[in-house]
Design a protein around this ligand. Sequence first.
Ligand code: FSX
Ligand code: SF4
Ligand code: F3S
Length: 399
Amino acid sequence: MQDEGVLTCLVQGEEQEIERRFGISRREFLKFCAGLAGTLGLPAGAEAAVAQAIESAKRPSVIWLHFQECTGCSESLLRAEHPTLEKLILDVISLDYHETLMAAAGHQAEKSRKDAMAANKGKYLLVVEGAIPTKEQGIYCKIGGHTALELLKECAADAAAVIAIGSCASWGGMPSTVPSIPGWDTSPTGAAGVSEVLGKTVVTIPGCPPNPYNFLATAVHFLTFGTLPATDKLGRPLFAYGRLIHENCERRAHFDAGRFAMAFGDEGHRKGYCLYKLGCKGPETYANCPTLGFGDVGESNWPVGCGHPCIGCTEKGVGFAKPIHAMAKMLNVAPPLQYPRITEDVGKGVSFASAAALAAIAGAAAGGAAMLARNLGLSHQAAELEKAKEGKAKTQAEA
Ligand code: FSX
Ligand code: SF4
Ligand code: F3S
């Protein structure tokens, strides 16, 4: 009985401590840890290790640099809930330098960066937000008299790990856009990503802005295991960027069935049909937007869920590079080779089943990208083709 009493006191003490530190109940805290473990793709039961790491790990020192950007990445973190960034700052990581959140300014700010670097040499996490201008020795972005180029190299030299947050830091993002003016082949400032400047792969969390949970999960992985998560060759954590948006999109069934919105506000758009024909870049963009959502306001809160085509903001060469409404390149996706018509006239033409049979025959006879490109327009051409055939038959009959 006595042991049970001690145990109850311990659990109560732990509950109070969690409530004090994170402002949430233990139950909510465990749910948050389970969510993070799930986001990281960890096996069942890993939430206990995550919870233990957050509760007991020594807070790693984080130095957060800002270069060419809009601060949307930090903003998106500030809008994260369960717990808020404020709680993370105070209790999970030790944010020793962050230009837009710190109270210090001028020489004091410079001193706090130098002090944190010296005190945590070889152990701190360097987070970089924003692109780095490389033209004219980097003069287009200077902080405290130092160029972004100099600051990045100096801070990266003694960091335990470097994380590039947002598309700007990951690969140049919006600042790396090349003006559509004859004679321009680079961005006006030569904006580049962290890896390019440092000449080595770093962990990247692209997105403009990135999903805050992808950053939180990456930081918690570092806390729990002392390492950063497995990445692809661009440094993107596989748990978040391992799959195309198109693979998990809630509108995918419409794509497969050939039901597309053709204009904003048309019937297809109002019915939630696929946005491919409005320029959705989901088929060539790797990110977990459909499965994670944004802003903690429930399901479907992501660009496509809200009715706008994905612009490919996470993907180098797609976001800010391709026109928003240009059609996406299809990557490793094999939609049907033929679509049934969306509505069938009763007693006329082919039935749904026979259309599917025709599709199977067509699929056996032909394949590849050419068929794919042709079929992506097929459901919309079907009616016109049908009409044209009917018109031709009528003319022949009359003749
Ligand atoms: Fe870039 Fe982050 Fe886009 Fe903005 O700072 S990724 S412009 S959301 O904010 O770097
Ligand atoms: Fe979703 Fe876009 Fe793919 Fe359509 S093209 S299924 S809207 S990701
Ligand atoms: Fe960006 Fe597309 Fe996701 S625009 S936020 S990658 S849905």
